[in-house]
Design a protein around this ligand. Sequence first.
Ligand code: NAG
Ligand code: NAG
Length: 441
Amino acid sequence: MIKTGLWFICCAAVLGLAQAGKHDVYSSYSVHAVLPRDSSELALLQQLEQALELDVWQYGAPDREALLMVAPQHRQQLLSALDDHGLQHYLHTENVAKALEKHDEDIATWRSSREQRMIFRDYMRYDEIDAYMEGIVRQYPDLVTVVNAGKSFEGRDIKYLKISTTQFKDPSKPIYFMNAMLHAREWVTTPVTLYSVFRLVENVRTEDMDLINDVDWIILPLANPDGYEFSHTDTRLWRKTRSVNLDVHQTCFGVDGNRNFDVSFNTTGVNQNPCSLTYPGTQAFSEPETQYIRDILRNPEYAERIQLFMDIHSHGNYVLYAYGNHSLPSNAADLHQVAAAMGATMDAMKRPEAGFYKIGNSATVLYGTSGSAQDYGQKSGVPFSYTLELPGYGHGFLVPPQFMDHINEETWQGIAVTARLARSYYRARYSAATTAAPAQS
Ligand SMILES: *[C@@H]1O[C@H](CO)[C@@H](O)[C@H](O)[C@H]1NC(C)=O
Ligand SMILES: *[C@@H]1O[C@H](CO)[C@@H](O)[C@H](O)[C@H]1NC(C)=O
């Protein structure tokens, strides 16, 4: 007994030390909250972002504070610039390394307080998620299939689930395509997809039978597994893929997956510096990870029926639609209506510390972008293509695990509303197309 106890104390302490050094790359990095009052102040923040290599955790709006992470060597310049222009600001996180250690502790405490780890109630690793996906297919072979889309840059299989009561053979059903973790550090996004699988397969409630009977689902929980694993093992705030291109840079790797799609590629909201967080890559679809999403959207077996594409990100409480260059698609009013229904549903359940969802064109509500998954989905003909930004509750990317149940449930309700609306729009389109076909008498 005594020996066991000593062993425990010894090794917990050693583990604690190992953890303590893990986030050293962020020591003395700080996060500052800024409240921009108008568009000229927002423009100033964008200039500072480029000039001072800020990592923008959250973009601001006149009623929403921006969260800016800055390296120690640029901190004074940032604070002086904010003061010179009379912007209100305060210190949000003094030492990011310490905040990351606290986040690790929160997760460890959370785990030790649970009897059993649940796939959608924890920040699981690639292997665990992969095993879960393979397991659910074995358990529900009539309902779920797994497709291996191909390998990531580092050679991990990127897989998606197909969920259908009719083996994807019924043309009268729309397809709902859900994607998560294109950005590696946005850890709460994958659990939302896995919880959706739970609600569609393992725990279908009577009131949700229509969702599984009337809709086919494609769910890709881990779009960027290399970046995700790297954010666990090395750099928690890693965003990009992990591709290496020595012709481009000797030490800065990876591409912003959400700037790498072939739509207005390399025009706005990108940074040419390969070390930047928004580096779009040497060409559209340079990354295998974005190619697989393209291949789903363009697959002739699905393309006609993908009625809604939801690319899930974190954080900020937004439902956004095309285009990142400010132009609106021709069905913008419908896009807005479905997004607003989703936002209203989630707002009705929101925790007090979360902001209300903001709905709208991504460039108008947030900032200009090019090469995004959302825009590519829209351009490829998906009627309803969205970026969803989940809540961060003031913790940025470091959402404490005790919030996951709430995020999962609230988002699932939003997804359910959009699935039902997508079904209505699809049925109208489908019956118009089938009745218009020449009658075979
Ligand atoms: C992206 O655009 C910049 C500015 O126009 C240009 O210098 C650069 O060569 C472009 N990169 C690619 C990969 O097209
Ligand atoms: C914005 O991008 C979309 C999608 O590529 C395109 O159809 C539209 O013409 C662009 N608008 C402008 C003003 O360039």
